[in-house]
Design a binder for this molecule. Structure first.
Ligand code: NAI
Length: 242
């Protein structure tokens, strides 16, 4: 990898928090590759950021496709600066009603995919002896009613992040996680009104966060200022977890 590459892959960044992350990182001089199952929206979002940014079609839950996409990206970008594992889904249901499919889909996208993308990226970052991995977990990792699958996956992301930080530190690669609280996106606007209102009440700062608030935290972990910080979890939730 060239010592100067500023290319960062952000998964699931066609919209929502990922798009906010991409916007903040692009403004700070990173070259963004948006990898999303929604190819059209990925391209549109990347085009809005400027011509040097790119949107690609990728299902992060497909291990072979992830390997191929990341190798191809590192080849054409001259390496990778880092990856942001943001793609995520929820399939909420109470435990007694949760189907195997709901469990499997969420574990595949919210946990296994973080492993696939981190493993593929780490091969390039290790070689370069520097790089950054930022994983988007959730305040729900501590457990949340109706989210057995999601909470298990998001707690798993933290365990994975801690392990990545320990394994990759010797190569100059950092791995950190962010737990967003309640952020205004399509995922949260789909909630029933009473649940949305109940979530707002849990926020000491009194309002929902914006995707760019998460973007600013990601930008910090990618910055030179955070070079000596690894294996950390940052809550971005207006005090949600206090
Ligand atoms: P969103 O639903 O608005 O956007 C998710 C994006 O991921 C979409 O563009 C979707 O096409 C993409 N995606 C879904 N499955 C994919 C796959 N298999 N491969 C590639 N891309 C895929 O969601 P939102 O709200 O922006 O969430 C982003 C991340 O933040 C997720 O990991 C979510 O769990 C997490 N989060 C969100 C919170 C919120 O309040 N919105 C709170 C805490 C965490």
């Amino acid at each position: 990898m060239s010592a100067t590459t500023r290319t960062v892959l952000v998964t699931g960044a066609a919209r929502g928090i990922g798009a906010g992350i991409a916007e903040v990182l692009a403004a700070r001089g990173f070259t963004i590759v948006i990898a999303d199952v929604n190819e059209d929206q990925a391209r549109e979002t990347a085009a809005r950021l400027g011509p040097e940014h790119e949107g690609i079609s990728l299902d992060v839950a497909d291990s072979a496709a992830v390997d191929q996409a990341i190798d191809a990206l590192a080849e054409r970008a001259g390496g990778l600066y880092g990856v942001v594992n943001n793609a995520g889904i929820n399939r909420d249901a109470m435990l007694h009603k949760m189907t195997d499919a709901q469990w499997d889909q969420v574990l595949a996208v919210d946990l296994s995919a973080v492993f696939y993308v981190s493993r593929a990226a780490a091969r390039h970052l290790r070689e370069a002896r520097r790089g950054r991995i930022v994983n988007i977990s959730s305040a729900s990792w501590e457990g949340n009613i109706g989210q057995a699958n999601y909470a298990a996956a998001k707690a798993g992301v933290l365990g994975l992040t801690f392990t990545l930080s320990k394994e990759l530190a010797r190569y100059g690669v950092t791995a950190n996680a962010i737990c967003p609280g309640f952020i205004e996106t399509d995922m949260t606007s789909a909630l029933p009104e009473n649940i949305y209102a109940a979530q707002l009440e849990k926020i000491p700062l009194g309002y929902a966060g914006k995707p760019q608030d998460v973007g600013a935290a990601v930008a910090y972990f990618l910055s030179e200022d955070a070079s000596y910080i690894t294996g950390q979890v940052l809550e971005v939730g207006g005090g949600y977890q206090i």
